[in-house]
Design a protein around this ligand. Structure first.
Ligand code: KG4
Ligand code: ZN
Length: 353
């Protein structure tokens, strides 16, 4: 029995319709992402009904494109993996229904994959043409950090599929804080990459709050940091003190100060987690914010200091994609002797605990 199977992944949990073909859990043969940014931009956020309808129109053409770009036939696909939680229920249902129909039609297993956990697998995936070094299976145990617009979660991994959540945000996700600060600074949604660019040109003049929470806590909080930026931009409520104009130089310095504090909050909790989990050998990081320049440089520093192997996704796989779904789906199926989830697989809006 071959252990390197060809898996078609589907991802429709939010506002990206994505499909990918992956061989053996790590080798990306194709990854197609149809963004809906244009459909939601005027609402400054994702409208669930619009997203669900767009997924229904796009999911099969996107899946067909992924199969074609992989240079294979639909009949070559040996399993179908789908992001079935968490996400917008009307969006997840489109992907789950399409995946079940394809798997049933092809006579292959279907497997439901947790979208947030799949972000941890993205750093292991090798894109077409990418050097082999630094990609492929990780050494375990590992610490995993998912940093995106919807999630900021910390995990311990004892294998690719043995994943335990050990911490998470108690309020905003870090990407959400980036997007809110972007709005305060007057840069368009989604603002994370633009705040990152401003920060690189600025000077971190303000020592903004880095949430610690209780001693030993592995949870995160970003609402205090966001409020601190708001006070610097709009003034402290009830205060008579005049607020300096938000010119380009102040905007850059505020972005740099925010970015320094936000990334310090992430590394602080990773350091605490490493104290508690001294046997960890690898650091797995994923999600949209793992594209951030300071996140990448600070994590590289931390990993080098601790002698850890750092597995950061290629930039194309930081954001939502189906390659990570197919990759983790392959490992889940391999761990279960290729027994699929069955056609009663359901979509669930929340993640596993
Ligand atoms: O993983 P993702 O595509 O979607 C979710 O599942 O949430 O992450 C999107 C988030 C947004 O909040 C976006 O502003 C943020 O990732 N982001 C960044 C950067 N690139 C994307 N945040 C900071 N710096 C970046 N370079
Ligand atoms: Zn995501």
């Amino acid at each position: 029995m071959s252990v390197e199977r060809l898996v078609l992944g589907l991802e429709t949990s939010c506002d990206e319709t994505a499909a990918a073909v992956v061989r053996g859990g790590y080798e990306v043969r194709s990854s197609v992402v149809a963004s809906q940014d244009d459909l939601h931009a005027e609402y400054r956020g994702v409208v669930p009904e619009i997203a669900g309808r767009a997924h229904a129109e796009r999911v099969l053409p996107v899946a067909r494109a992924a199969v074609e770009r992989a240079g294979v036939e639909l009949g070559d696909i040996e399993a179908v993996a789908v992001g079935h939680r968490p996400g917008l229920i009307g969006c997840l249902l489109v992907g789950v229904s399409a995946a079940k129909a394809l798997a049933w039609g092809l006579g292959v297993p279907v497997v439901g994959v947790d979208h947030v956990r799949a972000h941890l697998h993205a750093g292991l995936m090798r894109l077409p043409g990418e050097a082999e070094a630094g990609r492929g299976a990780a050494e375990f145990p590992a610490l995993g950090l998912v940093i995106s617009g919807g999630h900021t979660s910390l995990y311990r991994l004892d294998s690719a599929t043995g994943i335990t959540r050990i911490g998470g945000t108690i309020d905003d996700a870090v990407g959400e804080a980036y997007d809110k600060v972007a709005t305060l600074l007057g840069v368009p949604f989604p603002g994370g990459p633009r705040v990152d660019a401003l920060a690189q040109a600025g000077e971190a003049r303000w020592a903004l709050p880095v949430s610690r929470l209780g001693a030993g806590s592995l949870d995160f909080s970003f609402s205090g940091l966001k409020t601190a930026v708001r006070y610097l931009v709009q003034g402290v409520p009830g205060s008579e003190e005049p607020v300096p104009a938000l010119d380009e130089a102040r905007r850059r310095d505020l972005a740099a100060s925010f970015q320094r504090a936000a990334v310090a909050a992430l590394t602080l909790k990773l350091e605490r987690a490493l104290e508690a989990h001294g046997d960890v050998r690898t650091l797995l990081v994923g999600g949209g914010v793992s594209a951030n320049s300071r996140v990448r440089s600070e994590l590289a520093r931390l990993a080098a200091e601790r002698g850890l192997s750092l597995r950061l996704p290629a930039l194309a796989l930081c954001v939502d994609n189906a390659a990570m779904i197919a990759g983790l789906g392959h490992e889940l199926l391999a761990s279960r002797g290729w027994r699929g989830d069955g056609l009663d697989l359901t979509a669930t809006p929340t993640t596993a605990s």
